[in-house]
Design a protein. Structure first.
Length: 316
């Protein structure tokens, strides 16, 4: 079994440099994802420029979806609207906001379009935090396997099929749902974001004693308590202000996991990986490691700890 390199609580704490680097990475990704929105706003401005008055915007059929967005309707909300409802929403936009803007009505339209799109981007970015953390964990795991000369197969979340690892596995972390390898004579599958019925919850990191046939698409194996070796929580948020809340949520989930398996007669290993770890939670995490309550932990921003964690999983 791989020994955890964490020797004291302070080893787990995320320092200022790591926090700053995390914020920068997130900002870069946010900027990259905002580019299509900015480009679409430019197109909207050019197409809307054909209108001489706010009301004449209605006559430009190509920008109707953008008008609905500027009116404050999300893609989900629009699906509940009839064409008549949509007309009312657009007319309200024109009457309340575009006409009062006078000759600058097109600029007002573009600003409101960007405002709503930006809000939508903010929502998707909150989900992206977890996705980025998962991708970093997967990339580190695959890198460890590459260095160790371990061959693997991976389950594609898009095609729902198992594939042999390609020679160049760049970017597969974006689609990888599970990975299979052999550890000595043992078969192992590590899966992500899987619903575990015994826990009645979605779990971030799931390690199974299984091969690709046993795992299948993940639905059946999740019901097999005797095949589950380790379950873990992954928290990718880098903001120190939310660190304690992430730990409270994660710790509650881990306690629920251990309790559920104990009732079912199984002992389960648990782990916790997070990007933002402050002093108070570091002490609590380290205390659980010393008592054997928590099997393993790592700071996502510290390469040595993340590599060590992945090595522990590989050799589990």
């Amino acid at each position: 079994m791989v020994e955890n390199i964490i020797k004291q609580a302070s080893d787990l704490i995320t320092n200022r440099e790591q926090t700053r680097a995390g914020f920068i990475n997130f900002a870069l990704e946010k900027n990259k994802r905002s580019t299509p929105i900015i480009e679409s706003a430019k197109s909207l401005k050019v197409l809307a420029s054909k209108a001489s008055t706010p009301k004449s915007l209605i006559e430009i059929s190509d920008i109707r979806p953008a008008l609905l967005t500027a009116a404050g309707l999300s893609d989900k909300a629009i699906s509940y609207f009839t064409e008549k409802d949509k007309d009312i929403a657009i007319n309200e936009l024109i009457r309340n906001f575009l006409e009062p803007a006078g000759k600058y009505f097109i600029d007002e339209l573009v600003y409101r379009y960007l405002l709503i799109k930006g809000d939508s981007l903010g929502g998707s970015m909150r989900n992206l935090v977890g996705a980025m953390a998962q991708q970093k964990l997967i990339r580190t795991l695959l890198s460890n396997m590459s260095v160790m000369g371990i061959s693997f197969e991976w389950f594609d979340n898009e095609t729902k099929k198992w594939h042999v690892a390609p020679k160049n596995n760049t970017q597969i972390e974006n689609r990888l749902k599970a990975v299979y390898w052999k550890s000595g004579r043992k078969n192992r599958v590590l899966a992500f974001n899987l619903n575990i019925p015994i826990v009645k919850n979605n779990i971030d990191i799931c390690l199974f004693n299984a091969d690709t046939n046993t795992y299948g698409k993940g639905d059946d194996i999740a019901n097999c308590s005797d095949k589950i070796l380790m379950l873990g929580e992954l928290k990718g948020g880098i903001d120190p202000a939310g660190a304690d809340e992430h730990w409270k949520t994660g710790n509650t989930a881990l306690n629920r996991i251990r309790t559920a398996f104990e009732k079912d007669g199984y002992k389960i290993s648990t782990s916790f990986v997070a990007a933002a770890i402050e002093k108070k939670m570091a002490n609590e995490i380290f205390g659980q490691l010393q008592k054997g309550i928590l099997s393993f932990a790592a700071n996502l921003t510290i390469d040595e700890q993340l590599i060590n964690y992945c090595n522990w999983i590989i050799k589990f």
